[in-house]
Design a protein. Structure first.
Length: 196
């Protein structure tokens, strides 16, 4: 027979419960501080990545190669002109990085996956950025494009073109193709079909 005091057993259980509770609290505190440290480090990493991207493009030669624009000054002017019209799709990238992504895609036709690796975001994010910027750029930058008169173009056309085509040809345009996922909607698939 057990003649021990029943209160003594429940006291041990309470002590044990308090120990478990204290342990859980300590674990939660540790987890919270780890997450805060991780979040702070992520913010620092993102900030450094943004700075590195902008510093990378401080060379006019790189701006010309990657964007097709003549200088960093022009690139920043275009960014200032476009920024009020752009609805942000992500807070991970700066507006500068988003515009660079679009210009690199248009100029070099770099695959979305490559851009996603370079800018450390998902392919979906790259696709959304491209899809949101392109129509806005078209709407606001198209009026700035000057198209010379036909006779002005013909004066600067290479002599071999003038001989071969006479006055029938005004300009020769080189096209490129942007690859997209195959749409499931048949109308969209027909509208985006290309045999180029």
């Amino acid at each position: 027979m057990d003649f021990s005091d029943p209160k003594e057993g429940s006291s041990k259980e309470i002590d044990s419960s308090e120990d478990i509770f204290d342990h859980d609290c300590a674990f939660q505190d540790h987890t919270c501080s780890t997450l805060v440290d991780s979040s702070t480090q992520t913010q620092v990493d993102v900030s450094e990545a943004m700075t590195q991207t902008e510093e990378f493009f401080f060379s006019d030669e790189k701006v010309r190669f990657y964007s097709g624009l003549p200088s960093m000054d022009i690139l920043m002017t275009v960014l200032d002109f476009m920024s009020p019209h752009i609805k942000r799709r992500t807070q991970t990238l700066s507006l500068f990085q988003e515009m660079i992504i679009v210009l690199m895609k248009v100029r070099l036709n770099i695959p979305y996956q490559d851009l996603a690796y370079r800018f450390q975001v998902s392919v979906t994010t790259i696709s959304r950025i491209f899809s949101s910027w392109l129509p806005v750029m078209d709407q606001h930058l198209s009026p700035l494009i000057y198209w010379p008169e036909r006779h002005q173009l013909w004066k600067t056309m290479p002599f071999c073109f003038q001989q071969a085509f006479g006055t029938k040809v005004t300009v020769v345009i080189d096209c490129f193709e942007i690859f997209i996922d195959k749409p499931t909607n048949l109308l969209a698939r027909a509208q985006t079909f290309s045999s180029y």
